[in-house]
Each structure stands twice: as C-alpha cells, then as structure tokens.
Design a binder for this molecule. Structure first.
Ligand code: PEP
Ligand code: MG
Length: 322
C-alpha cells in the first residue's frame, strides 16, 4: 500500500468523475513544510501561528514573524498557504501575557477576541503577514469568529495596516484572499451572510464539534458526545459549503475530520473543495479520493443528512462504499 501511495506524490487529486479537490496540510512551524511537499501536499490549509508565540518568554517581533511566514511562502512556491492569525487561549496559554484565569477557557478570551482587544499584538502579526505576502500565495484566515461584527472589525484592521504599509512604500501583494474559520455554530448558521464578506471558509471541526454538542474536546467523561458523524455536524458542514458556493467562494476543512477515511466520502458528497490534514494523511486520502465519484456520492447527500444517529451514518457510509 505504501508503494502505491508513493506513486501519488506528484499527482493532483481528481475524482473518478473529473472533479479536482485540493489536498493541503496543517502545519505548526516552517520546518514542517518539507513533510508537506514530500507527502504531495497541494498547499498549506492551516498554518497554526500560535507556536511562534509559545515556548518563549516574550512576544515574537514583527521581523521574527516575517521571517517565518516568508520561509513557508517561499518553500511552497505558487502553492496556496493559509496562515491563521493568532489563536491563543482555550487549551493554549502564553504565560507572558498574564491573562486572567477563566472558569471556561474554551468559551473565554481567546483567538480573535483577544486580538481585537489587544490590537498591538494583532497589528504586528498582520504587518508581518502583509510584508511576507509578496513571497508566495498567501491567504489570511481569522480564527474563532463568532459574529459578522468581529469579522468586519478584523478586516478593517487588516485594511488599515495594508494602507499604512503601502503609504510607507512597502510592497504588498494585491491578491491576498481573506477567509475565516467556521468553528463556532453561530457562523455555520449565518454562513450565507459571512460568505458575502470573505473569500473562503475553512471549517474547524475540532472546535465546531465541541461547541455544537457542548462537549469539551479534552474531557474524557464526555468524549462519547464528541461525534464527527453526528448528523447535526454534517448538516452544519452542508450549510457552510452551500453558502460558500452560492457566493462563488470555496470551502475547506482543517479540523481532524478532513483526513478521516470515513468522513472523506461524506465531505466529498457535500462538495467540500479543500481538505487540510496532517501531512502523513495526504497520500492515503488521495488514493481514496481518486476512486470516488463526487456526482455519485452527492446523490446520497439528502439521505445521510436525514439520518438520526452516528451509527446510522457510519452504517450508511459502509453500505454505499461496499
Ligand atoms: C479546529 O478547531 O478544527 C482547528 C483546526 O483549530 P484548532 O485545532 O487549532 O483549534
Ligand atoms: Mg479551533
């Protein structure tokens, strides 16, 4: 099987009925890029920038960040690179920020919430990203957006930093796509509105599942509720993809679910455009996708979206795949 996968490194991912989907990788630092390319990644679908901020005693400077982003963009060449702005808080702490202890960190002051309040941190990162943008195919993504207002604020700050750089004579790419994570149920429900104001969505199922089923993703006692195949999750994913396509935008997924063998046929049926996963999952996923027909699977969509339970969904997939 390994030999079969290795032959697929340089292939693009085209389904049996001729539909191209993009298989991208999740990375945490610039050294990960080599693994992405060796495994045939067609892009980076999620660069988790928080690792630049962790394991040290002060914030990374604009230049330090610029170097990291530039390295990733250059190594990836023309391939797309989605860089997510800082997603700290929740399970990831930064001791030097001295944030107050919270009762519910996953529902608290994290990610874009923190960035919109501590704008110096956010603006420094955006400047580093914009300066690096001329070195490759950059897409910027905001994490943990809950409301249209937050998205508009984040975009306005990005535009301000872009205008400042341009007036300082700094070169910035003119073709940077701006997107958001869909990982809070409110954004999936309102995806039709968000789709008018972003270039793309990336569905973060790791958080979307925990928030939809109200089950802490770190708590073993409620892990039985952490259900990727719950029809509620599939319906939300469907809403997001439909809303994106209605506006001519693309929808990806960068949660663990995107690389899951059972989920892949369901996600292809729903019309997902980009699957972002750990690099080592890319070739197995490609091998699987080459054998599937998007059109045929789409014919099952109404049926599996109307099932009741996780077991019903899993049995349904097993049946139509065999
Ligand atoms: C997600 O929530 O699915 C996601 C990709 O983000 P993270 O795992 O970094 O929270
Ligand atoms: Mg998340």
């Amino acid at each position: 099987q390994k030999a079969e996968w290795e032959k697929l490194v340089a292939e693009s991912t085209v389904t049996k009925d001729g539909r191209h989907v993009e298989l991208a990788a999740n990375i945490g630092n610039p050294n990960d890029v080599e693994g992405v390319l060796n495994n045939g990644g067609e892009g980076v679908g999620l660069y988790r920038t928080e690792f630049l901020y962790m394991g040290r005693d002060k914030l990374p400077t604009e230049d330090e960040q610029y170097d990291a982003y530039k390295t990733v963009l250059e190594k990836m060449g023309e391939k797309p690179v989605v860089i997510r702005t800082l997603d700290i808080g929740g399970d990831k702490e930064l001791p030097y920020l001295d944030l107050p202890k919270e009762m519910n960190p996953f529902l608290g002051f994290r990610a874009i919430r923190l960035c919109l309040e501590q704008q110096d941190i956010f603006r420094t990162q955006l400047r580093a990203l914009l300066r690096a943008s001329v070195h490759g195919n950059l897409k910027i993504m905001f994490p943990m957006i809950a409301t249209v207002d937050e998205l508009r604020q984040a975009k306005a700050i990005l535009q301000e930093e872009m205008d400042k750089l341009i007036s300082e004579g700094v070169e910035v790419s003119g073709v940077i796509e701006v997107g958001m994570m869909v990982e809070i149920p409110s954004t999936a429900v309102m995806a039709d509105r968000f789709a008018k104001e972003v270039d793309f969505f990336s569905i973060g199922t790791n958080d979307l599942i925990q928030y939809t089923l109200a089950a802490d993703r770190m708590n073993e006692h409620v892990s039985y509720l952490y259900q990727p195949y719950n029809p509620a999750i599939l319906r939300l994913v469907n809403m997001v993809i439909e809303a994106a396509h209605k506006e001519g935008k693309w929808a990806g997924m960068c949660g663990e679910m995107a690389g899951d063998e059972t989920a892949i046929p369901l996600l292809l049926a729903l019309g997902l455009d980009e699957f972002s996963m750990s690099a080592t999952s890319i070739l197995p996923a490609r091998s699987q996708l080459l054998k599937l027909s998007q059109e045929e699977l789409a014919g099952h969509k109404e049926k599996f979206l109307n099932l009741d339970t996780v077991d019903d969904v899993i049995n349904y997939v097993k049946n139509f795949m065999s």
